[in-house]
Design a protein around this ligand. Structure first.
Ligand code: SAM
Length: 342
């Protein structure tokens, strides 16, 4: 149901509504079914790598990475790769893709009429990227994906939780969790300081999160300025928290670590969890659609090691690294698991 609200800041009167705005969708429709309860059961303790195979590696590197490496004659350092990624990825969120597509089409026409074939090809690639981004993010909401993520986050046994988001970038999922389990505290951690203003800071203040009223448990709309969120610019390896968080979450983090570093990456999710706390992880799914996406968006996205996984592979990594997988399943473009330390 698309509605024509005069105000962009929605309230409880807007529960049940969705609307496509200039750069993104807002969506307060309740989640219909629990896709995680419906997922095919998997006993991760009995799975083997022979059965599930190894993840797919994305290796079409961005032009900027290749140029940096050619100039410096060494591999692009990982923190710098993330700085490049965050600026580049955020430029997609900041742009109205329909207007950008029209501008790229006009450019392609001009270049073609001047017989500038290479420039026309570049402009047509831009047209393709904005067309796909418009559908993937603004219309299809496959990146923020609040409805499926609410399903993933459903049913946690927590009250006023302290939530730690590792590699938080814009912090979206911690805000969604904070709306669903209100009254606690969110700590976002990322070592790219650009994220504080350029990603989290750029996230729309009028974006409505569907959550709960702490007094009654009834559905309620939350906005980021009603939440207790702090941003820590730090390498995760330097954090000195104790086992104090009810939820530790990461979105698209562990697939950036080759297998020899996976134990370290999973340990980050256990180290700061209070006993009985939840680790929630998602990684991009291996599918024709995601492979095509990372091919088309290689220049904008592919700065460092990246795997595409299936949910069995993600769950097996978690199991091997000391977690019990409580819920697993697929959301729009990612796999998701909810775990506890064993
Ligand atoms: C792929 S992004 C997460 C995806 C995110 N949801 C987004 O929309 O871009 C991973 C984030 O983790 C951060 N990161 C990677 N390694 C880190 C580390 N060792 N310490 C702190 N942050 C780290 C990067 O700077 C980056 O912002």
């Amino acid at each position: 149901m698309t509605s024509l609200s005069s105000s962009s800041r929605w309230s409880d009167a807007d529960l049940g509504r969705t609307q496509v705005r200039g750069t993104h969708r807002v969506d307060l429709r309740p989640t219909g079914r629990d896709v995680f309860a419906d997922a095919r059961p998997i006993d991760f303790s009995r799975l083997s790598w022979r059965e599930v195979g190894r993840p797919f590696r994305v290796e079409n590197w961005s032009r900027d990475r290749r140029a940096w490496e050619a100039e410096h004659d060494e591999s692009l350092p990982v923190p710098l790769a993330w700085r490049m990624f965050n600026r580049s990825f955020q430029s997609l969120f900041d742009t109205d893709p329909v207007r950008a597509r029209v501008a790229a089409l006009r450019e392609a026409g001009l270049r073609l009429s001047a017989l500038q074939v290479k420039a026309a090809y570049a402009a047509l690639s831009e047209v393709a990227r904005w067309t796909v981004w418009n559908q993937a993010h603004r219309v299809g909401d496959t990146v923020w994906d609040p409805r499926a993520k609410r399903s993933l986050f459903h049913g946690l046994d927590v009250k006023r939780p302290r939530i730690l988001f590792l590699g938080a970038a814009e912090g979206y999922e911690a805000m969604l969790l904070s709306a669903m389990y209100p009254g606690g505290e969110v700590v976002l951690v990322d070592y790219d300081e650009y994220c504080v203003t350029g990603r989290f800071g750029a996230f729309p203040t009028d974006y409505p999160f569907l959550g709960a009223d702490p007094a009654t448990g009834a559905p309620r709309v939350w906005h980021r300025d009603e939440m207790d969120v702090s941003y820590l610019v730090s390498d995760i390896r330097d954090l000195d928290f104790g086992r104090e968080f009810d939820i530790v979450v990461s979105i698209g983090l562990v697939e950036h670590f080759p297998d020899q570093y996976k134990p370290m990456a999973f340990d980050w999710h256990r180290r700061f969890l209070r006993p009985g706390g939840y680790a929630i992880l998602t990684t991009p799914r291996v599918a024709l659609r995601t492979k095509a996406f990372y091919r088309l968006f290689g220049d904008l996205m592919n700065f460092s090691y990246r795997e595409l996984q299936n949910v069995a592979q993600l769950g097996l990594y978690a199991h091997e690294n000391g977690f019990e997988v409580l819920r697993h399943g697929e959301i729009k473009s990612h796999n998701g698991i909810v775990c506890r330390a064993r």
